[in-house]
Design a protein around this ligand. Structure first.
Ligand code: PLP
Length: 347
């Protein structure tokens, strides 16, 4: 058994079928809208997300940043989970690219309520405050451990946003995990939002690629922003073909990743490792190492030495294991055996 790489669902390598689709791709100059494969992917993803149009991009970070820029003016305020990818992992992009002030909302499991939005919004008559303009939600929520925003909660936040004249962005990098796990079509989440990011290089198993979706008018602007941000490509159908293949072959199978995460969590829990079973809703398992009395780095190194790759999270004592396309049932069996053994020796 080789190394069981549970560090991230970005670790996947294209399957033979995906590589074949890439090799066969019909391509053209994407900047001129001449790439039929990119055009087809954009059409399919817009429909999938319940939006009029979508724009193909190299990364989900670019999707989020374009969305923020589209939906705001410099000096406006963005409300989101303080541990959202937008706030923590995009290097201050909201401030750099869009001149936004940011404010974290109180969250439980990565989610905030419609009332929290109502309470947080500054009164626009107050000229001493930024104009609260955008609310961003992340589904599934990465820092909370792949937790799902249920569709009724998304709808409630969207309703508050409409009522308050706020724009709603959905970082749906892992939206397909949320959709498959909750049995709700992705469009049911997406249709409530003004902009949606979908990532192809996580659970969907593509080597790269993401899309931002929204109204036709906004996506025309998004195309210009894509160029401005250096994301306008040429024969990008080579990559878009992987995206189309993933939509055809890698969506339903996400339930296998979820079942494997569940089995891993139960196995570790039964072996005495500190795992909260209630947290496991999709493909993440969080391991809280506080009771082990070891540093994150010690645990990561010990597990690495035992052949199991986990990664750190923003939380000081939580590590994560993430299942994905390249993780088999045998890998899960191995991780269930090896990790408690390696850590048991240290407890
Ligand atoms: C929730 C979320 N949003 C956005 C991103 C950014 O994705 P990319 O690496 O494609 O820019 C990530 C990456 O891990 C993520 O987890």
């Amino acid at each position: 058994m080789g190394f069981v790489d549970l560090r991230s669902d970005t670790a996947t390598r294209p399957t033979p079928g995906m590589r074949e689709a890439i090799a066969r791709a019909d391509v053209g100059d994407e900047q001129r809208r001449d790439d039929p494969t990119v055009n087809e992917l954009e059409r399919r993803v817009a429909e999938l997300l319940g939006q009029e149009a979508a724009v193909f991009l190299p990364t989900a970070t670019m999707g989020n940043q374009i969305a923020l820029r589209l939906l705001s003016e410099p000096g406006d305020e963005l409300l989101a989970d303080g541990w959202s990818h937008l706030f923590l992992n995009e290097l201050g992009g909201a401030a750099v690219h869009s001149g936004l002030a940011i404010r974290p909302l109180p969250c439980v499991d990565g989610r905030f309520s419609a009332d929290a939005v109502r309470e947080a919004m500054w009164d626009r008559r107050d000229t001493h405050r930024p104009v609260t303009r955008i609310v961003s939600i992340e589904n599934t929520n990465n820092s909370a451990g792949g937790r799902i925003w249920p569709v009724d909660e998304v709808a409630a936040v969207a309703e508050a946003c409409r009522e308050l004249d706020l724009r709603l962005h959905l970082d749906g990098s892992r939206l397909m995990n949320a959709a498959v796990a909750s049995g709700v079509p992705p469009a049911e989440f997406g249709r409530h939002c003004d902009a949606v990011t979908l990532c192809l290089s996580k659970g969907l198993g593509c080597p790269l690629g993401a899309l931002v979706a929204g109204s036709a008018e906004r996506m025309a602007k998004a195309r210009r922003l894509k160029h401005l941000f250096g994301g306008a490509m040429r024969q990008a159908g080579i990559v878009a073909a992987a995206g189309i293949y993933a939509l055809d072959h890698h969506v339903e199978r996400l339930s296998d990743d979820h079942a494997r995460a569940q089995r891993l969590a139960e196995g570790w829990h039964a072996a005495g490792l500190p795992v909260d079973l209630a947290q496991v809703e999709t493909n993440f398992v969080l391991l809280d190492i506080e009771p082990l009395g070891l540093s994150k780095w010690d645990v990561l190194q010990t597990l690495n030495g035992a052949g199991v790759g986990l990664s750190g999270t923003v939380h000081p004592t939580r590590l994560r294991a993430v299942t994905h396309l390249d993780i088999s049932d045998e890998d899960i069996d191995a991780a269930i055996e090896l990790a408690p053994q390696a850590l048991g020796a240290r407890v």
